[in-house]
Design a protein around this ligand. Structure first.
Ligand SMILES: C[S@@+](CC[C@H](N)C(=O)[O-])C[C@H]1O[C@@H](n2cnc3c(N)ncnc32)[C@H](O)[C@@H]1O
Length: 308
């Protein structure tokens, strides 16, 4: 069931909790290497429709080959909140299940030229969609000091944000910052050695989130998904860091209890109705065995909700 491109995480839990109708329409917003798709499609009937979306063309090309035994997959190149475009290309109006397996595939991380990692020296690219024009290097060279500090704090939760941002602004007076070694060099020059690896990870994460507008798109997608999900249909989201998970958790909680009335009121007057029922267990994590086989599973958190 797995592929060399990426090992799907929490595959059987996703399959068991997402499928409510084996003939239904399923929307995989993060098709990647098609690992989850394969596990889910295996349980769906030939009448089901599986819409596989990815903003990375390489992922779609790989999945087309990986999933070629299934005739009921519609591939769509785009951002996962483009429900209208993807549903139109599949000629459907609603979906019975939405899967978001957030972040990057192993393939994207492992390809040096994509510039996602600090462990090799490569150009600071970090675009999930290589047709976009805005890269991580553009942020480092063009953002003003306040904006650099803001993204390092907000998306990296990095204590040394101000120091690192100031050093970047100073350094770029003399030269353009292009490679990951330019950035790790800046971090080395203004953080204690024992903190460095974690600081690299936090600053690289901040840049990646900003380049791809990951959190903004996630919030938008969750809100908009309810307009396309059929009653009883489910949303399954796997997140890999606390910033993503917070958005998912808050969305489900808010949708389950949207009432804004003061607690002292004996009955509701705001009229807000729940849109989602959370599916138990509210939080699913990979077990030790899965983590032993795939260390990238370590930080995964799966949450599932059902449209009321
Ligand atoms: C963790 S991988 C998914 C792996 C997949 N579930 C599998 O089993 O092979 C995440 C994928 O989602 C894509 N992606 C991330 N954010 C996206 C977005 N906002 N819109 C569309 N695709 C996105 C990435 O390009 C990447 O291929």
């Amino acid at each position: 069931m797995s592929s060399g491109y990426h090992i799907p995480i929490l595959g059987s839990a996703v399959r068991d909790l997402l499928i409510t109708n084996p003939d239904g329409v399923y929307y995989d917003g993060t098709l990647g290497g098609g690992g989850h798709a394969d596990i889910i499609l295996h349980k769906l009937s030939a009448d089901a429709i599986y819409i596989g979306v990815d903003r990375d063309k390489e992922a779609l090309d790989y999945s087309r080959k990986h999933l070629k035994k299934y005739a009921n997959v519609v591939y769509y190149h785009g951002v996962f909140n483009d429900f209208s475009g993807a549903l139109k290309s599949a000629k459907v109006d609603t979906i019975d299940g939405l899967l978001l397996d957030l972040g990057l595939s192993s393939h994207q991380i492992d390809r040096d030229e994509r510039g996602f990692t600090f462990s090799t020296d490569a150009e600071l690219d970090m675009r999930m969609n290589r047709e976009d024009s805005f890269t991580a290097a553009d942020i480092l060279n063009k953002y003003n000091l306040d904006d650099l500090i803001r993204i390092f704090r907000k998306y990296g939760e990095e204590k040394y944000s101000q120091r690192i941002a100031r050093r970047i602004v100073k350094l770029r007076e003399d030269r353009v910052l292009i490679h990951s070694s330019d950035l790790t060099g800046v971090i080395d020059s203004c953080t204690p050695q024992y903190k460095r690896i974690k600081t690299y990870a936090r600053i690289f994460q901040a840049l990646r989130i900003e380049v791809n507008e990951e959190l903004k798109i996630l919030e938008k997608t969750l809100k908009e998904s309810l307009g396309f999900l059929s009653k009883g249909g489910r949303i399954a989201v796997i997140s890999y860091h606390s910033l993503e998970d917070r958005i998912v958790k808050e969305f489900f909680k808010m949708q389950e209890n949207p009432c804004t009335c003061p607690h002292e009121l004996p009955y509701c007057i705001c009229g807000e109705k729940p849109g989602i029922k959370r599916i138990k267990p509210f939080l699913i994590r990979p077990d030790e065995e899965e983590i032993k086989k795939n260390s990238r599973a370590r930080s995964a958190k799966l949450r599932v909700g059902e449209k009321i």
